[in-house]
Structure formats: C-alpha cells, structure tokens
Design a protein around this ligand. Structure first.
Ligand code: PHE
Length: 465
C-alpha cells in the first residue's frame, strides 16, 4: 500500500459540530426557509419541518457521517470501500460539490459586494431600482468579488482541518449566532406606518409562527411536506459528499448520535431565527405581498429596500446583516471545497496544497463563466422547471434537482439493502453508546426515505404537480 500522510481529525466533537453546522447554515437558511414558512402556513410548515428533521434528516445525516468515519475516506473513494460495485456513487457525490462550488462562490462574491457597500455607507444606493441587475451584469466587478471570496475559501481549506476549517468555524459560528439574535430582536421592535395602516414586526412574527390551516387540502399538505423535505435536504448539506468528508475527520470515540442531534438543532434554530429576523421586518415595511420574494431577489433587492426604509439605522442593520450572511456563506463554501479537495487527496494521493491548487483553478475558470452568464454569455432560455435561467441556474438545477436526489436514493439503497443498516448502526455504536431510534432508522433508510426522495425528485423535475 502507498504511504499516506496521517489523516487529520477534528480536535473534538465541538469542532466537528461547529464545522458541520457551518456547512449546514448557509444561504438556504436565510433566503429560503423564511419564504417557505410564510408561504406554507407558518407554524405548520415549521412543525412539518421539525418532524422531518427528526426522522428523515436524522437518518440521512447520521448515515453520511457514519460512512465517512467508518471508511476514513472522502466521498470520491468512500462508497467504493463499502462495496466495490458502488464506486460510481462516489464519483457522482463528488461531482455535486464540484458543480456547486463555482456558483456558490459567485453568490458569495455578491454578498461580499453588498457587505462592503453597506460598510462604506453606500447602503442607500444598493436599494435603488435596478442596482442588483446592473451589478451582476457588470462584467468585471462580479468577477473581482468572486475572486476574493474564492481565494478566502481556498486559503481556509489550504490551512487544513484544524488550523483552517475548525478554527474558522469556532470563530464565525458564535459570531453568526450573536448577529442573528441582534437583528431578530431589532426586527421584532419595528412599527411602521404607511398612510393610515400601521404594521408591527410582532404581527409579522405571527404570520411565520402561528399555524394557518386555512384552505388546507390533502394535496396542499403533500406540497408542504415536499417543500419542507427539499429544504431540509439542502439545508443539512446532505447528498453533497460534505458530511462524508467531515465524518472522516471525526474521532472514533466521539458520539455520532449526539453530534448529529446538535447539528440539526443548530441548523433548524438558525433557520427559524432567520424567519424571525426577516419576516417581521419585511411584513412591517412591505406587508404580506413583500413576503413573496425568495432567493437572490429577497436578499439583494427586497431586503435592501427594507433597510433603506428603516431610515438612519438601516445602513447599520444592513451592514450587520450582510456580515452575518457572509459568515454563513463562507463556512458553507469551505465545506464544499473541502469535499472536493479531500477527494482528490485520497484518490490521487496528492498533497493538500496541490489539490487546493487544482480545485481552485478548475472552479475559478467555471466561476468566471458563471459571472459572464449575466454579461457576454447571456442568452434567453428555459428548461424543465426553471424559466429564464442563466448558467448559474443550470448548475443549480443539475446539482440540486437531479444529482442530489440520485445520490440520496442510491445511498439509501446501498445502506438499506446492500451493505445493510447494521454497518451504520455498528459505526454509530462504536463508542459504546446506543444509537436510539434504531427501529425507526432501519424503516426510514430501507423504505420511507427512498420513497419520499423519489417523490421529491419527480416534483423537482416537474413531473409531479
Ligand atoms: N446547507 C447550505 C444552506 O442551507 C447550503 C450548502 C450548499 C452548503 C452547498 C454547502 C454546499 O444554505
């Protein structure tokens, strides 16, 4: 066997939990969860989400972490170690972060741009009509900010598991929690009068927390469940090879079960707090209609407008908001890059520095194309469930709607039917503690999770409702 340098590991479960939570807490928590909560019946969506997190999310997350720790391999090679014939699954699950990396860094660059804009007192301009679209189609600027963001990501990954990823997460995650709490608290105190209507942040909070069963039918409920599941899946960074890579750095005596619970609680709490941060403010200033925005439009168009309506305080709130989003995006980008870099290191036995160099080079070239998708490479087209998409949307569609469900279903089949759930259960119980929810785990991984995932897949490619 070739000689390999000793594999790095997290110093303890806290480092692992914060790094994994850093990956999980990202743009999805901030720009999609609050929107879905407002759209899908408030507290009802949140309740469905929590139930799914404890069953479906628990099953998939624990599986990926256990695969990583058992094989001590990154995604590209881990599946082949479990079963030789399943090597292809490693390739697909390494392809997912490789595809996400370029466009996530482009969006990270946009966040960086807004952060610096607010920091230097230009927040009011950022709220102007057409500011966002003229910025992203501007050619040079988006490439510049993407370059800075990707270099920062590569630097952290180059520093390695302990002095890079773990250290960054230990600093940024607590800071992120503090900033979210400050903004959420502020958001709840807002009162805004618009002509003769006065709306408060607290009324907005009611929209996101109080369950709304009005007009609920079975068909709609299925829609809510699938929305919650799609969100959960993306939000926990599942089926992207990331949790396999991070799991491979977890000590054998650490508790997988407890770590997974903590990651889920962290991620869900931040998602709900993001709702408390965004919905009351948007509701107070723009009413119910303002809550129809999600994704880049919510973050780069609606929220800047809300900040500018806040008057003198708006510039400051905008600045801490984008700092918080930047932290969330950076720890996620680091995890995506690590999944690919560690795969190259394991597969081709190359040094970390070399792997970072190669992955950076390839991602950078692709990210430039993504930026130009709004400029020189702009063209009008739509496909499947995406209309008017650009290069970014195509990459997002292929990774999220096609490859991720394939990885997740295949993982369920591999663990549930080929190598058997015992492989995962034994790994989880290696440190001498009971896994808990064991029967549930077996039923979930063999039957329920794959069935739900197939439904989700059909829906996301537009074949279902
Ligand atoms: N889980 C992150 C979120 O909710 C997203 C993410 C995507 C993280 C891809 C890593 C890789 O935003």
């Amino acid at each position: 066997m070739e000689k390999q340098p000793k594999r790095h590991s997290f110093t303890g479960s806290l480092g692992f939990v914060l790094a994994a939570a850093g990956s999980a807490v990202g743009l999805g928590n901030i720009w999609r969860f609050p929107y879905l909560a407002a759209k899908d019946g408030g507290g009802m969506f949140i309740a469905v989400y929590i139930v799914l997190a404890l069953t479906f999310g628990f099953t998939l997350l624990i599986t990926e972490v256990a695969i990583g720790r058992r094989t001590k391999q990154s995604p590209l090679t881990a599946y082949g170690v479990l079963s030789r014939k399943w090597n292809w699954l490693g390739i697909v699950s390494c392809l997912v972060p490789a595809i996400i990396m370029p466009y996530y860094c482009v969006i990270g660059g946009w966040v960086l741009k807004y952060f610096t804009k607010y920091l230097t007192g230009g927040g009011a301009a950022a709220a102007g009509d057409g500011y966002f679209s003229s910025f992203i189609s501007g050619g040079f600027q988006p490439i510049l900010v993407m370059t800075v963001f990707m270099l920062a990501t590569a630097f952290v990954v180059y520093r390695g598991v302990n002095s890079g990823i773990e250290k960054l997460s230990k600093i940024l995650m607590p800071a992120l929690v503090a900033l979210v709490l400050v903004i959420a608290g502020f958001s709840l105190t807002i009162t805004h009068t618009d002509g003769d209507t006065t709306r408060t942040g607290l009324q907005g909070l009611a929209v996101c927390l109080i369950p709304d069963f009005k007009g609920m039918t079975l068909g709609k409920l299925v829609g809510v469940v699938l929305d919650a599941m799609g969100q959960l899946f993306y939000s926990l960074s599942i089926a992207m090879g990331i949790m396999v890579a991070y799991g491979s750095y977890l000590h054998d005596d650490a508790s997988i079960r407890r770590s997974v619970n903590r990651i889920e609680i962290f991620d869900t709490a931040i998602a709900i707090l993001a709702g408390v941060m965004i919905i009351p403010a948007v509701f107070a200033f723009e009413g119910r209609a303002g809550m129809d925005a999600s994704g880049p439009e919510l973050m780069f168009v609606s929220l800047p407008r809300v900040f500018s309506e806040m008057g003198a305080l708006g510039g400051f709130v905008g600045c801490i908001f984008f700092a918080m989003v930047l932290f969330a995006a950076l720890t996620s980008a680091v995890s995506i890059m690590e999944a690919v870099v560690s795969s190259f290191m394991d597969k081709f036995k190359m040094s970390r520095a070399k792997a970072v160099g190669i992955v950076f080079g390839l991602s950078y070239a692709a990210a430039i194309l993504v930026c130009l998708g709004y400029n020189a490479l702009y063209f009008e087209f739509s496909f499947s469930t995406v209309s008017g998409g650009q290069i970014l949307d195509i990459l997002d569609f292929v990774s999220n709607n096609i490859l991720m469900p394939v990885v997740a279903v295949a993982t369920c089949i591999l663990i549930g039917w080929i190598v058997k759930p015992k492989t995962v259960i034994d790994e989880v119980e290696k440190n001498g503690e009971k896994m808990g929810r064991r029967g549930l785990y077996i039923v979930m991984i063999k039957y329920i999770a794959p069935a739900l995932l197939i439904l989700l897949f059909l829906k996301s490619i537009g074949l279902l409702g």
